[in-house]
Design a protein around this ligand. Structure first.
Ligand SMILES: C[S@@+](CC[C@H](N)C(=O)[O-])C[C@H]1O[C@@H](n2cnc3c(N)ncnc32)[C@H](O)[C@@H]1O
Ligand code: SF4
Ligand code: SF4
Length: 442
């Protein structure tokens, strides 16, 4: 590649410490107009190679031995050439002691066979945003269902390992599509999807009513039954909400905060190089109509990562984020359903702090949206009821019951252990019983 340039050139200030993830906004534009998209001010602005290259260098010079680059937009595949260049740059300039992984979040409509082959070859963790059955997916884009449905048919044949190990389908849930949730889960299970994430919208949902929690409950009851039957048959739990072995991602509660955004270890780099703690605060593609959120975003801006004082700003960032109060003190938060300090899910519940600022007219940093709270209350209750999935040690010891093909393995091991115990008992009994005395005739 002609414009790959040496790492750590004079163009960058000293690397700040502990950057683990870069979320790079390759473009503020998109080929779809999903009704609920928080990016309400899309534009045809793209990241230059110069900016992207410098951002990658920043990650590679940061001390952690493992870094992740997440390609985002707008729609990141509109800038596939930049992705290719970035991967090549990292390959050529990364030091031997640094591991760099790649991820992408895409609407999938631009995934061609050569694109998929590239993502598979470079082991991209790929999130395909796909809301399910046509009635739900139509909200994202008319006729996109057919394209993505054909993609899910093709992938297991053309790239089985990528489909199995690297692809997560992500449903973004709204009050209007809630009625299709269980059908969508059934659809994805039927397609053989191995990893399925569901998240409620972070922006205000005008159609959510407090009593809709009953519909959420009904949909989850069906999704639970479907997932349990699938688990008993296959031994797999695609719906991540029911997986008890899944490791938490950067958006999960962490170290007393609601998510990883106030840590400064994950940086979202906008098309022009301006930095925020998470892509939901990036300014090129959205307006922030709530004055509380707008002022909050301004108070935690990190500025351009190439500025001489960037490391100092980053060092001050966790304190600025704390002052905003939306990220911290979970027990003080509340919704119409109650106070978090009285909720048994307070340690597990995952709520995007930006959603607090999307409630129209809200300026209370502790008021969380009802839809997000209801989603946690219902999904975590069903998660609790879902059987724990055994670890390899559990399978060996039989401590937790396995399902699917692993059940036969576990049963075989248990039968072996029973036979061994029986044989040991027999040997012990023989050893304990008196030896027959020699008879008188001998
Ligand atoms: C903003 S998109 C950018 C990447 C790509 N265009 C896509 O759709 O996957 C990233 C993710 O954010 C989700 N998203 C968009 N608007 C949202 C909202 N208001 N609340 C929660 N998630 C949202 C999308 O569904 C998608 O999964
Ligand atoms: S969710 Fe993704 S695909 Fe949909 S409009 Fe937003 S950026 Fe585009
Ligand atoms: S589920 Fe609702 S009440 Fe419980 S901790 Fe989460 S936001 Fe608070």
């Amino acid at each position: 590649m002609s414009d790959v340039r040496p790492l750590a050139g004079p163009h960058l200030p000293p690397a700040p410490r502990e950057i683990e993830t870069l979320e790079v906004i390759l473009t503020a534009g998109c080929n779809l107009r999903c009704a609920y998209c928080y990016q309400d001010d899309k534009k045809q602005r793209r990241m230059s190679w110069d900016t992207l290259c410098s951002a990658l260098d920043l990650l590679m010079r940061s001390p952690p031995r493992h870094g992740t680059v997440l390609f985002l937009g707008g729609e990141p595949l509109l800038e596939f050439d930049l992705i290719r260049q970035a991967v090549e740059h990292v390959r050529q300039t990364r030091s031997r002691r640094k591991r760099v992984d790649f991820s992408i979040i895409t609407n999938g409509t631009l995934l061609r066979d050569d694109t998929i082959a590239f993502l598979a070859r470079h082991r991209f963790e790929t999130q395909l945003s796909f809301d399910g059955v046509p009635a739900a997916q139509d909200v994202r884009g008319p006729r996109t269902f057919e394209t993505l449905d054909a993609l899910l048919d093709r992938l297991p044949r053309t790239h089985p390992a990528f489909f199995r190990d690297r692809l997560t389908v992500a449903i973004t849930l709204t009050a209007a599509t809630l009625q299709h949730l269980a059908d969508s889960v059934a659809y994805f299970l039927g397609k053989g999807v191995e990893s399925l994430a569901v998240s409620p919208v972070v922006t205000h949902d005008p159609y959510w009513r407090t009593e809709n929690i009953a519909l959420l409950e009904e949909q989850f009851a069906r999704a639970f039954d479907l997932s349990l039957r699938h688990y008993k048959r296959t031994g797999r739990v695609p719906f991540l909400g029911f997986r008890k072995d899944a490791s938490p991602d950067v958006h999960a509660p962490r170290g007393g905060t609601m998510c990883g955004a106030p840590s400064g270890r994950a940086l979202a780099i906008d098309v022009d190089g301006a930095v925020h703690g998470c892509a939901v605060f990036v300014e090129s593609y959205q307006r922030f109509t709530n004055p509380f959120l707008r002022a909050g975003v301004e108070s935690i801006r990190l500025g351009d990562f190439r500025a001489p004082d960037f490391a100092d700003r980053l060092a001050r960032y966790p304190a600025a984020a704390r002052a905003l109060r939306i990220f911290h003190d979970k027990p003080s938060k509340h919704s119409s359903y109650g106070e978090c300090q009285r909720c048994r899910f307070v340690e597990q519940c995952s709520i995007c702090p930006a959603s607090i600022g999307h409630i129209p007219g809200n300026s209370d940093p502790h008021r969380v949206p009802d839809f997000a709270c209801a989603y946690n209350l219902v999904s975590l209750a069903y998660r609790e009821r879902f059987p724990a999935q055994p670890t390899p040690l559990d399978i060996l010891t039989g401590r937790v019951r396995a399902y699917g093909p692993m059940r036969a393995v576990q049963d075989g091991l248990a039968a072996g252990r029973r036979r061994e115990r029986g044989a040991r008992a027999l040997r012990a009994a023989r050893a304990a019983s008196p030896r027959p005395r020699p008879g008188p005739g001998r």
